[in-house]
Structure formats: structure tokens, C-alpha cells
Design a protein around this ligand. Structure first.
Ligand SMILES: NC(=O)C1=CN([C@@H]2O[C@H](COP(=O)(O)OP(=O)(O)OC[C@H]3O[C@@H](n4cnc5c(N)ncnc54)[C@H](OP(=O)(O)O)[C@@H]3O)[C@@H](O)[C@H]2O)C=CC1
Ligand SMILES: CC(C)(CO)C(=O)C(=O)O
Length: 342
């Protein structure tokens, strides 16, 4: 089984390091500094409570598929959503006859990929763990959480079981028959945690310790969940969390199977405590001068809202705020979240 990991940043680095011994994946990175560092020092991984160690002594890293000049049975796309189209276009030419691509991006990118990737060549994926790249070629898994994978048409084929067995070496992996719903459920997590972390510059713990920011969290989620209902999207638990059940909805509060506003607030507070050091991947992008994936995350909630006639003012505003930061017109600050309290 020939495997390629494309995009050796935080997630790609963690995945490549964990499957290295058993599957010897080939790594593809467009980032010259990362290629140089891994060629010189190996792929370095920070282990919990340790400094770091080299796990990949014979690094198989290339700056393009052309340079690697091999065909692959599985290509794991671990770039940001903003780069995934280019990465997938290149990858398609290097698939073996039985080969397929896995899209691990946060947000929804699969509809764009399906414009040129045949459906049978694409499998959807979700990364539930957190990862950080401290320096080029030096990565850390910062929080735990499952990987979820699924065929876009919901079938369970043999290949998805093979993929699961490979990814189980990274972290516990689950197969879903509802990958679109699962991806949207993860999108909801990112619409709150990742985007709020990006505009505020706060860790999750700092952010969710404040009641006013937990309220922003619930408003972003509320809009996302209402839009999902209108679109008929079936939401599901990700890493054991039914994020959608935490949405603020006065109608639901009086309903049968829902948590009280007090309990929802308490659970959000608890999530903040449990993952207190989590640093948003979009914040990491902004700090590196890169664009975020907000258009594929909160932007999707706004788009689905427009399609279904449901207003999404908080998501609309946070998308604008992120773009202002990306364009240098605004600074990252907790004050940005205060603008969303209306
Ligand atoms: N980090 C996290 O905790 C989590 C991230 N995710 C998702 O996983 C995906 C990857 O995130 P993350 O690892 O943080 O991102 P990173 O930015 O750390 O890594 C992506 C890497 O891909 C490189 N790259 C860009 N285009 C290409 C290309 N065409 N071919 C090869 N390499 C390319 C980038 O280069 P350059 O450095 O030059 O930009 C970068 O080094 C995102 O969609 C993210 O939302 C999901 C869950 C958790
Ligand atoms: C919230 C988290 C860490 C969960 O996996 C994530 O997806 C991100 O920051 O991009």
C-alpha cells in the first residue's frame, strides 16, 4: 500500500510521523523550509511532557509529486482548505488505478473537489485532534480527538476499512455513513472554537472562561444549527461531543429533549477547561501571515443561510472581521469578540 501525505504542517506532520514505521509514507510539501528541515533533521515530533525526538531517520520528503515520481494508492490531503484545489489537481495525476484521495480539511471543501475529482476517487475525512507546528518540520499533537472517515455516498467499501486500519495508528478512527453531516458538525466546532480563537488571539481556556464570549459561542452555533435544520443536514457527535446540542435556542429550551441554558453554558465552560491550552489553527495561520479557512467554515453557514432564507448576522460579522485581520485592517484582539455581542 503506497501512501502519500500532502502538506507537512501540523496535521500532516503528526499523521506522517505516526504511520511512518508501518507504512513508510512519502511526504509532499510545497514549503521549502519544511522540506529542508526534514531532509536535514528528520521529522521531529514533540511528545507529551518531553522535549522532542526524531522519528523519521530516512525522510522521504519531496517538494512535488513530479519530484517523487511515484503512483499512490492513498493520498492524504493535509493542506489548508485554501490550498486544497491545487494540491488535489496535482495529486490526481499520481493515483494508482485503485488509488483515492482523502480530504482532511476543516470546513466543507468536497463540493469544490467534486468539480474535477471523480466521486469514486474521493473519501471525506475529519481530524478531531489538535496539532501545532512549532517550527518547520517540528510538530506536536496538542489535544486528542478521533479521526472520522466516510465515502461521500455513504457506502461502506472495503477500502474504507483498510483506511481505518491505517489511521488507527494515528488515533482512534471511526467510519461514518454520514460524512457530509459529520463534516458540517465539525464545521460547527471550528466556526466557534477556531474562528473565535483567531479573531481574539486567546487560547480556548482563556476564551471560554468569560461568560460574554460563551454567549458569542452559542450565537454562532445557534445560527449554524438552524441553517443545518433548514438544509436537512443530519448532525452527529464528533469526538464524543454533540456540539449542536449546545446551541442557544429559546424554542428548544422549552422543548422536550434539550438541555437548559444553564447546562449548555456549563458544558461550554467545561470544554474550555478540558482543552484550555488549545490554540486555534486559524490563529496559527494568521500569525504566519497566511489566509484562514473562514470562507469554508463560517462562510458556509452564511451561504447556507442565504440559500434557505435564514439570517446569520453573527457569522456574517465574524467572517468580515477575519478578512479585515487578513488584510491588515484590524488587529487580533479579544475586543473583536465584544463586537459580536448584539
Ligand atoms: N492544526 C490543527 O489543530 C487542525 C487542523 N485541521 C485542518 O487540517 C488541515 C491542515 O491544517 P494544519 O496542518 O494546521 O495546516 P498547516 O498550515 O500547518 O499545514 C499545511 C501545509 O501544507 C503546505 N501546502 C500548501 N499547499 C500545498 C500543496 N499544494 N502541496 C503540498 N503542501 C502544501 C503548507 O505550506 P505553507 O507553510 O507554505 O503554507 C503547510 O506547510 C486544515 O484544513 C485544518 O483546518 C483539522 C483539525 C485540527
Ligand atoms: C479545534 C480543533 C483543534 C479541533 O480539532 C481544530 O480543528 C482547529 O483548531 O482547527
Amino acid at each position: 500500500m503506497k501512501i502519500a501525505v500532502v502538506g507537512i504542517g501540523a496535521v500532516g506532520g503528526v499523521i506522517a510521523s505516526k504511520i511512518d514505521r508501518e507504512y513508510a509514507p512519502v511526504m509532499i510539501s510545497k514549503n521549502k523550509e519544511i522540506v529542508k528541515s526534514i531532509r536535514e533533521n528528520g521529522l521531529r515530533v514533540k511528545k507529551e511532557k518531553a522535549t522532542h525526538c526524531n522519528v523519521n531517520c530516512c525522510p522521504r520528503i519531496y517538494s512535488s509529486f513530479k519530484e517523487a515520481d511515484l503512483k499512490f494508492d492513498i493520498i492524504l490531503l493535509c493542506t489548508k482548505a485554501t490550498n486544497v484545489i491545487d494540491a488535489a489537481k496535482e495529486a490526481l495525476n499520481y493515483l494508482s488505478e485503485i488509488g483515492f484521495i482523502v480530504s482532511f480539511q476543516n470546513g466543507i471543501v468536497e463540493n469544490h473537489l467534486l468539480e474535477f475529482v471523480p466521486e469514486e476517487k474521493l473519501v471525506g475525512g475529519i481530524i478531531g485532534f489538535g496539532a501545532t507546528m512549532h517550527q518547520p518540520g517540528f510538530v506536536e499533537m496538542t489535544s486528542h480527538g478521533e479521526i472520522v472517515i466516510g465515502e461521500l455516498n455513504g457506502c461502506i467499501k472495503e477500502r474504507i476499512k483498510v483506511l481505518k486500519s491505517i489511521l488507527d495508528s494515528v488515533i482512534e478512527t471511526r467510519i461514518t455513513q454520514n460524512i457530509w453531516g459529520a463534516k458540517y458538525s465539525k464545521l460547527l466546532i471550528n466556526a466557534c472554537i477556531t474562528t473565535m480563537g483567531a479573531v481574539s488571539g486567546l487560547t480556548l481556556g482563556e476564551m471560554l472562561s468569560k461568560k460574554e464570549f460563551r454567549e458569542v459561542f452559542r450565537k454562532i452555533l445557534y445560527e449554524g444549527v438552524e441553517v443545518a435544520k433548514k438544509k436537512g443536514i443530519k448532525l452527529e457527535k464528533i469526538s464524543g461531543v454533540s456540539i449542536h446540542k449546545l446551541a442557544a435556542s429559546e424554542r428548544e429550551i422549552n422543548g422536550k429533549f434539550c438541555l437548559s441554558k444553564f447546562h449548555k453554558d456549563l458544558i461550554i465552560k467545561f470544554i474550555g477547561r478540558k482543552y484550555k491550552n488549545l490554540k486555534s489553527s486559524s490563529l496559527q495561520s494568521l500569525e504566519r501571515g497566511r489566509k484562514t479557512e473562514v470562507d469554508f467554515i463560517n462562510g458556509i453557514i452564511v451561504r447556507y443561510g442565504k440559500e434557505t432564507g435564514f439570517e446569520t448576522p453573527v457569522n456574517e460579522r465574524i467572517v468580515e472581521i477575519v478578512h479585515e485581520i487578513e488584510n491588515g485592517k484590524r488587529k487580533i484582539s479579544p475586543e473583536n469578540l465584544r463586537e459580536l455581542i448584539f
